[in-house]
Design a protein around this ligand. Structure first.
Ligand code: SF4
Ligand code: SF4
Length: 299
């Protein structure tokens, strides 16, 4: 947030200005001057304010973060409960944990409603509270158009509220401690959902082996140094992934909507996430090329 040093007076003006939008975002009906006073009276803020002008830029950035935490704490102290605003449902969908298996068994959730984030993919980890390269497989409820609102959030209400997943029941936006619960919970994965003798395991295992997200991501990340062998390997992963999906739909009758659960997100999606596309005839691409700025704008 802070790109350059600012004086103590400017710091004081800046955080007070931000408080207005934070109050609004938290749907708090508290008065602005009350929450400002709560921050001003906090001993941690008093210390920051007193020392501000003598801080280095790095220390200022840290002090700014601490002030932000104090502001959030003061605001949520005025609204320590859920107002059913739906902001959390609009931002993303939940990751599923072991106890959510019951939702799949009793038909509240269907395989068409969920998707697999495979090891090696970039994804949000509730355990770590940030976007990371996933070191374990996760299952998530799908989001509308692949990002943003949860598919069950319609007309400003949750369509499965009484049976909503564990994450939705546990996370309290006003309570940072509620996020810590997830470090001790076991996320669901395909192994936990599908029976050991499920007829598709063979195909899933072969797909996993040949279409590794870890391998594809590492090739695309180092595209500058990509030699012909790496490019061929990336093409092989993408084409095999496409082939498996096409085969399962056309020959095995798998519904398209279930595909992202059984095989994870398509490798093609990873390709475009790194800013590349395939070039060549349809069904027979021969090259991986960078998406030009005007291409992505018109897409
Ligand atoms: S938990 Fe979600 S719905 Fe409830 S107040 Fe927070 S953001 Fe809004
Ligand atoms: S399942 Fe319901 S509560 Fe959970 S994110 Fe989706 S809409 Fe919100």
């Amino acid at each position: 947030m802070l790109a350059e040093r600012i004086g103590r007076d400017q710091f004081g003006i800046l955080w007070r200005q931000i408080m207005t939008s934070l109050l609004k975002a938290a749907h708090s009906k508290a008065k602005l001057n009350e929450v400002i006073k709560a921050v001003e009276e906090d001993p941690a803020y008093k210390e920051i304010y007193q020392k501000w002008d003598g801080l280095t830029l790095e220390e200022m950035a840290e002090a700014w973060q601490k002030t932000n935490a104090l502001m959030t704490k003061a605001i949520y102290a005025t609204r320590p409960f859920c107002v059913r605003c739906g902001d959390c449902c609009q931002e993303s969908s939940p990751t599923l944990y072991e106890e959510d298996l019951a939702l799949l068994m009793n038909g509240i959730l269907d395989k068409k409603d969920i998707l697999t984030l495979r090891k090696g993919e970039v994804g949000y980890s509730p355990k770590e509270g940030r976007t990371v390269i996933l070191t374990e497989e996760l299952i998530k409820v799908k989001e509308k158009d692949g990002e943003g609102p949860c598919i069950f959030y319609k007309d400003k209400v949750c369509g499965i509220y009484e049976n909503r997943p564990r994450q939705c029941r546990t996370l309290e936006c006003w309570n940072p401690e509620s996020f810590e619960v997830f470090s001790s919970l076991k996320p669901l994965d395909r192994r936990a959902i599908l029976a050991e003798d499920h007829p598709l395991w063979e195909v899933i295992t072969a797909h996993e082996k040949r279409c590794s997200h870890e391998v594809l991501s590492s090739i695309l990340e180092n595209r500058q140094e990509m030699d012909q062998t790496s490019e061929d390997k990336a093409l092989d992963i993408i084409l095999y992934d496409l082939h498996v999906r096409m085969f399962m739909e056309e020959k095995a009758g798998m519904q398209k909507e279930e595909m992202d659960f059984f095989f994870g997100r398509p490798a093609l999606q990873t390709l475009s996430a790194y800013g590349y596309r395939l070039e060549g005839e349809e069904g027979q691409p021969t090259k991986i090329v960078k998406i030009k700025v005007n291409e992505s704008a018109s897409a």
